[in-house]
Write a protein that binds this ligand. Structure first.
Ligand SMILES: Cc1ncc(C[n+]2csc(CCOP(=O)(O)OP(=O)(O)O)c2C)c(N)n1
Ligand SMILES: [Mg+2]
Length: 806
């Protein structure tokens, strides 16, 4: 019974008999009522300590039923934590899965949305098979994976809708049958009224209006954002009033904007039917502002709304509770009588209670086995060490013990019995190692998809040259690389500021829009968050976007979306979704405060889950793109801002050769000191090495090429075995990217043991780089700085051979 999904059906008044109409309406009420029971029971589960936190969709049931009616196979949702009724009504989530997530069940079968990784009501469907390959997304109802930062769902919503436009307009994509049927899919967004105050909301609304894409945004307006009322949130306290200028008219494209009350079931059904028809058929974005919505249990389990809603508001919310209103309407319209309703409600209560119990029992069942095993094994050990009896006594008497208590007990037992070898101890240790591996899989796996198209599966093809290859500007190498890839793979699209008509500010895409068309290579507005979101949404729907951030300094305007959404996607769905988005940008030294940034520590700190490529020139960059575009994992590529006009040799196989990720390259061999550097500073270091050679210092230079992953063959440590000295040079702040490199080389690679002196770092200053030649010289590591730092390290080592300069 519990796996039997009751989903909603469309109402088409022209075709339905009254009986059929009644059946649909009654089933809708049942879904809504069950959903309410789930909210009530879910809250109890938190308050009695069985779950840690709860946030629910009570008060939003009817608009979501109406939205679900318009939602078809192949469609997409990008929403937030209030959408449980929609999830039930579409079958995106079952009642039992809802409770499994509330309990944080790490089994992907129990909680397919997140394998217990996300808080409750964070919905997601599984787009991928076990091996990371795509399912047929046109045959299922799709939900992109929710994130907690409110408003963040807006960025990817733009991309989900934009994909339909590309699938409809570009016939070259017709072969991608698993992703679209002629671009008929609507991307449904949901957002709370208060979260429309976020910048990303306005950015996304404007972008979708410009792009004219099938995006249907619903705003659940309960007049509050936690405790803060609308007067602090929204101009005129009315978001659709404020956005009226987006309404399309005879002259101009724009939106269709609808406003409807959240407790009026017939009006809601009609509004959604109309709105989504326009959206789907005409590819016009629509906005449905659902007002007079209530929140019967308050915001979340963290507090009660009696603290901030006055008596009259609370009384109004009771009266206009959408379930109460629908119930009254059904009785008045003779759709059902009181007795039948009560019976239906009682059955629904039992259904929800049963689902909750099953979910709880299943959650505990696995843990219980582990607990019994641990108790038994520690008890066996306790024969020789009575201290352990206390541990198992406590564990055995904790009925709802979780893995933390079980594993912690085993670890304590192993600590207490250290130095007391026994067969029983060996057994416990083996068991603990086994559990550790299983728990790693449960709680720490899938930062990347690790599927059959992962980066590690891409074979390495060297760049090839013949005798008279041309020397060209670096940007021409990139241009030829993109050209070859766009010809090879019709799924590729590239977009960004100034990328289309002029082919980006440094001409990497010059001429390619003319060749491949505006659908594939296109300009965007200045809107970094939704440029990334546009890429995420396209990638979730089977396309291969390259999203361009014009300068690395402006990555800050998109770091929230990159970090919260893209970087966490594989992990938070436990490999259920992938977005192989390549972000292309350019950075490191050039000119001035905002065109010479190298905020590598910001990236390393926030984008685990992406690959980070820092090519030293455009040939290496091209090889990295060739690799990335053949695999299915997201990456950020930072080209050297000052390298586009430097001469490089055009490879014969510019669209084919691949640079493997995580493979460091020794770009100068030496014996006295190892310098590890990346990106633009490598040229500085190479120049310094020339002068150092004249001072009888032999420098080995290593370019890791990618920082995530970093030097997987441990070439840095191998070099230190020879030189025993380490200098790290980069352009980030002191203790930024260089601290990460030290951690990797000294700790991960064990390089510490090969050093005969203190390792050093040479970075930029803590402030931004001032404008002008001298601003650069006195801020970024210069050739002089590198020479003198290396020299002083050699002086520390041998004062006689290397007398002090100063
Ligand atoms: C970016 C961000 N800021 C703050 C929060 C904390 N927070 C969670 S829910 C919420 C209120 C959201 O209100 P609204 O958008 O109206 O949605 P509602 O909960 O009322 O449905 C806030 C401030 C958050 N999750 N994300
Ligand atoms: Mg609200």
């Amino acid at each position: 019974m519990l796996n039997n999904k009751l989903t909603t059906n469309p109402i088409d008044a022209s075709e339905l008999s009254f009986e059929a109409f009644k059946t649909i309406v009654i089933e809708d009420y049942k879904i809504a009522f069950e959903s309410r029971q789930a909210s009530l029971l879910g809250r109890k589960e938190v308050l009695t300590g069985k779950a840690k936190f709860g946030i629910f969709g009570d008060g939003k049931e009817l608009p979501q039923i109406a939205m679900a009616k318009a939602f078809k196979d192949g469609d997409w949702r990008s929403g937030y934590y209030r959408d449980q009724t929609f999830a039930f009504a579409t079958g995106i989530c079952t009642m039992k899965e809802f409770f499994a997530q509330l309990y944080a069940n790490p089994d992907v079968e129990a909680d397919p949305a997140s394998a217990g990784r996300q808080m409750n009501c964070h919905f997601s469907t599984r787009s991928l098979n076990e091996d990371g390959s795509w399912k047929d997304l046109t045959k299922m109802k799709n939900s992109s994976s929710d994130i907690a930062p409110t408003g963040g769902q807006m960025a990817r919503l733009v991309g989900l809708a934009y994909a339909s436009k590309l699938y409809r307009k570009n016939p070259e994509l017709d072969y991608l049958k698993n992703f679209s049927v002629k671009g008929n899919e609507v991307a449904f967004g949901t957002i709370g009224n208060a979260s429309t105050s976020e910048g990303v909301f306005f950015e996304a609304i404007n972008a979708a209006g410009v792009l004219q894409i099938p995006m249907a945004i619903s705003i659940w307006d309960d007049a509050y954002g936690i405790s803060v009322p609308a007067k602090y949130q929204t101009t005129k306290e009315d978001i659709s009033e404020v956005l009226k200028g987006f309404q399309r008219d005879d002259q101009n494209a724009g939106y269709e904007i609808y406003k409807v009350k959240g407790w009026d079931y017939p009006a809601l059904c009609e509004t959604y039917q109309q709105a989504i028809q326009v959206c789907r058929n005409e590819h016009v974005p629509v906005m449905i502002h659902v007002t007079e919505v209530t929140q019967p249990q308050g915001h979340s389990t963290s507090g009660s709304h009696e603290r901030y809603k006055d008596k009259s508001r609370l009384a109004w919310e009771k009266e206009y509770d959408c379930l109460r209103q629908m119930r009254m309407w059904m009785l008045e319209s003779a759709i059902i009588d009181e007795e039948q309703l009560t019976a239906l409600e009682n059955t629904a209560k039992i259904f929800v209670r049963e689902a909750q119990k099953e979910a709880w029992n299943e959650f505990l069942a696995d843990i219980k086995i582990e607990k019994d095993e641990a108790v038994k094994m520690i008890n066996n050990l306790a024969v020789s060490n009575p201290l352990l009896g206390k541990i198992t006594g406590t564990l055995a008497n904790t009925p709802d013990a979780q893995r933390k208590e079980i594993i912690s007990s085993a670890r304590r037992a192993l600590r207490i019995t250290r130095g007391q070898p026994s067969a029983e101890r060996d057994l416990l240790m083996d068991w603990y190692y086994g559990e550790r591996a299983r728990n790693e899989e449960r709680y720490n796996s899938k930062l990347f998809n690790d599927g059959k198209e992962s980066i590690s599966t891409i074979s390495i093809t060297e760049a090839s040259y013949h005798d008279d290859n041309k020397m060209v500007d670096g940007r021409e190498v990139l241009n030829a690389c993109f050209d070859a890839n766009f010809a090879r793979d019709h799924r590729l699209v590239a977009f960004g500021e100034d990328l289309g008509a002029i082919g980006d500010v440094n001409q990497g895409f010059a001429g390619l829009q003319a060749k491949y068309g505006e659908l594939r290579i296109t300009d965007t507005g200045i809107r970094e968050m939704t440029i990334i979101g546009q890429g995420i949404g396209l990638a979730l729907r089977g396309l291969r976007p390259i999203a361009e951030i014009q300068y690395l300094d402006y990555l800050l305007y998109a770091i929230n979306i990159l970090s919260d959404d893209l970087a966490s996607l594989s992990y938070r769905t436990k490999g259920g979704q992938k977005a192989p988005l390549i972000i292309r940008t350019r950075g490191h030294r050039l000119e001035g405060v905002w065109h010479s940034g190298s905020p590598i520590s910001m990236i390393l700190g926030s984008l685990r889950g992406l690959h980070l490529c820092v090519p030293r020139n455009m040939t290496q960059a091209a090889g990295m793109y060739n690799t990335l575009l053949r695999a299915d994992e997201p990456a950020l590529v930072i080209e050297c801002l000052n390298g586009y006009r430097l001469k490089e040799m055009m490879p014969d196989n510019v669209g084919e050769f691949t640079v493997p990720l995580g493979k460091a390259e020794i770009i100068r061999k030496g014996a006295d000191i190892t310098i590890v550097s990346y990106g633009s500073t490598l040229r500085v270091v190479e120049e310094a090495a020339e002068e150092l050679a004249l001072m009888d210092i032999s420098v080995e230079i290593i370019d890791p090429q990618t920082l995530l992953p970093f030097d997987t063959d441990h070439q840095c440590a191998a070099s230190l075995k020879k030189t025993n000295k380490l200098l790290i040079v980069d352009e980030d702040v002191p203790g930024g990217g260089s601290a990460y490199l030290l951690q990797q080389i000294l700790e991960v690679q064990g390089g510490y043991y090969h050093l005969d002196g203190q390792p050093q770092t040479l970075s930029a200053k803590a402030h931004r780089t001032p404008y002008g030649t001298d601003g650069d010289y006195f801020t970024k590591p210069s050739v002089d700085d590198v020479i003198e730092t290396v020299y002083s390290m050699m002086h520390d080592h041998n004062e006689t051979k290397y007398p002090a300069i100063y």
